[in-house]
Design a protein around this ligand. Structure first.
Ligand code: AMP
Length: 561
């Protein structure tokens, strides 16, 4: 080992806490509850995070202990976001949309000892909810209904208290410990729409590096002058890292609690002067429709400049629609296993305008710090020709190298998601993709969403994106139906902008021609099913499993062709 190296400052979230405290104590966090707005400064938020840390210390919390949150996007949730990892414990953000039984399973699986839960969620968990024995303390956070009575946990010895009452009894000064960057900071379970949820354990190092990557100019490019509105829940891969990134950059935050309907978002954007916001495409599809039909709303969102959108494929119509309002959509791709940001779609300066236009709907280039490759069934790299597709694999300091240990048989199955080759670790994403000669990655489908018809593959995602470009379509998903002759056939599940029956007839009669401009005849769905609104999963994305079940349980309905 050579001497004379640089300082080995550990990459921990205490960097974020210290920087925002020193430089930006006056910046603000605005939370929009349905009962009204709440506003505080980062200075106040950090003081309260100190109180949370003292409370947890009093609870006997030790380094590495897990603390669960079951909460929407609010300043209180953010206080816990700061306190828990910075004191050396692990923040486990549980999906508040899960059924009571699944919440209990995850708390138990993670071995959480403390649960911070929003009052509104605590009440809706209902009588089915059985608090697991590992939880010793429940802290109910005031949210939509701060005055309502708080019911004690059923059949449990856990203590119960209200967040504000408890915090009032503790000082804000806390002796934050020096942490090792390899200690765990956070725990998220994958959304689990495909089976058993799997735990992803983020380290301080991975979260801090991911946070920094959000500030890269060739990343999400979060800046001090931004006001950031994460409308993706703080339990979905840590709101895609945006809360920590905003704190690190010194950007103010606007948190929508659970209200992500267009009207509520418009009000929050106006109030907090939001410049950058993020959520899954379905939220923005509704938002775009709303501002298009509501002149007054456009006047209220004048500060909004950029929408990094991911979680599902972004259609051209969404990108073009927002650009009419001077708002830039940045297509991003990620997954819980990679903290989650991996790809962002940026214009390369060495690529001509025509090509860039065509790649705008691609998921983008690897964020600095991420390497990507697409491999065939034998694990060989596919050519980077924009046509050859295979499984997307990713290698990065903020990508998982294993799942959080759990039930033995799941662990063995889950660990096949990781491979070691070319001298490094790779995460198998389960997404099918192409890479072009400039490095733009285009996700073609999920491995499990591809449709096999007559021995050939059909990309459900490409059909969906094209359907979304049809002017009458609001939402589109394509799933397979088992077919005796062809093995599988695609079924288009559609919700139209208008619920007029004549509009449905018109759509049915034009869909084939519309799709035949881009797809060969055998790939085009012959069956169309209309929904008022497509079903959504726990993270707000279209729930294809529900559609598949539904399609499997219905008769082929030729009247809809
Ligand atoms: P989750 O871990 O729940 O966020 O889900 C991650 C998965 O969402 C990825 O593996 C992709 O299948 C999908 N996904 C995320 N972003 C995109 C995107 N921009 N385009 C297409 N699929 C996406």
């Amino acid at each position: 080992m050579l001497y004379g190296l640089m300082q080995s400052v550990p990459l921990t979230l205490n960097m974020v806490r210290e920087r925002v405290g020193e430089l930006y104590p006056g910046k603000t966090v605005v939370t929009r509850f349905s009962s009204g707005f709440h506003s505080c400064t980062y200075g106040e938020l950090l003081e309260r995070a100190g109180r949370v840390a003292n409370l947890l210390k009093d609870f006997g919390l030790r380094r590495g202990d897990r603390v669960a949150t079951l909460a929407w996007n609010s300043h209180r949730h953010l206080e816990v976001y700061v306190a828990v990892p910075c004191m050396g414990a692990v923040l486990h953000t549980v999906n508040a949309r899960l059924a009571a039984r699944d919440v209990a399973t995850l708390l138990d699986h993670a071995g959480d000892t403390v649960l911070f839960v929003d009052h509104s969620i605590w009440r809706t968990l209902g009588s089915d909810f059985q608090l697991p024995d590992c939880i010793r303390h429940v802290v109910v956070c005031e949210d939509e209904d701060p005055e309502g009575a708080v019911e004690a946990p059923r059949a449990s010895n856990a203590t119960l208290g209200r967040y504000e009452d408890l915090l009032a009894g503790y000082p804000s000064a806390f002796a934050w410990p020096s942490l090792d960057e390899k200690e765990a900071a956070g725990l998220c379970y994958t959304s689990g729409t495909t089976g058993d949820p799997k735990g992803v354990l983020y380290s301080h190092r991975s979260t801090t590096l991911h946070t920094l990557s959000c500030l890269f100019a060739d990343g999400v490019s979060m800046r001090e002058r931004d006001v950031c509105m994460p409308a993706v829940p703080m339990f979905h891969a840590n709101a895609w890292g945006f809360p920590y990134a905003a704190l690190m950059a010194g950007a103010s935050l606007a948190l929508p609690s659970r209200q992500t309907d267009p009207q509520s978002l418009v009000e929050l954007i106006e109030r907090a002067k939001v410049t950058i916001a993020t959520a899954v495409p379905t939220v923005w599809t509704n938002f775009l429709e709303f501002i298009r039909s509501n002149q007054a709303a456009t006047g209220k969102i004048q500060t909004l400049r950029r929408l990094p959108i991911g979680g599902a494929a972004v259609s051209r119509s969404l990108i073009d629609g927002f650009s009419e309002f001077g708002i830039e959509v940045m297509h991003c791709w990620g997954m819980t296993e990679i903290s989650p940001l991996g790809l962002t779609n940026l214009d390369r300066s060495d690529v001509d305008a025509e090509t860039l236009k065509a790649t705008r709907t691609a998921q983008g280039l690897a964020v600095p710090g991420c390497s990507v490759r697409v491999v065939d069934g034998e694990g060989r790299r596919c050519p980077t020709d924009g046509r050859s597709s295979g499984e997307l694999q990713i290698s990065s300091p903020w990508a998982a190298s294993a799942y959080f240990p759990g039930i033995a048989e799941n662990v063995n199955r889950a660990q096949t998601s990781f491979v070691y080759s070319e001298g490094r670790e790779w995460l198998r994403t389960g997404d099918v993709a192409t890479i072009d000669s400039h490095g733009y990655v285009r996700i073609v489908d999920r491995t499990k969403d591809l449709i096999k018809s007559g021995g050939e593959w059909i990309s459900s995602q490409e059909l969906e994106l094209q359907l979304m470009n049809h002017p009458a379509v609001r939402e589109a998903a394509v799933v397979a139906r088992a077919d005796v002759k062809w093995q599988e056939r695609p079924v288009a599940c559609i919700s139209l902008r208008s619920d007029n029956p004549e509009e449905r007839q018109r759509f049915v009669s034009t869909m084939q021609t519309f799709l035949s401009r881009t797809f060969p005849k055998w790939q085009i769905p012959k069956e169309v099913k209309f929904w008022d609104e497509l079903p959504k999963g726990k993270t707000g994305k279209i729930d294809k499993n529900a559609l598949r079940d539904w399609v499997a349980g219905t008769e082929f309905d030729r009247a809809e062709i």
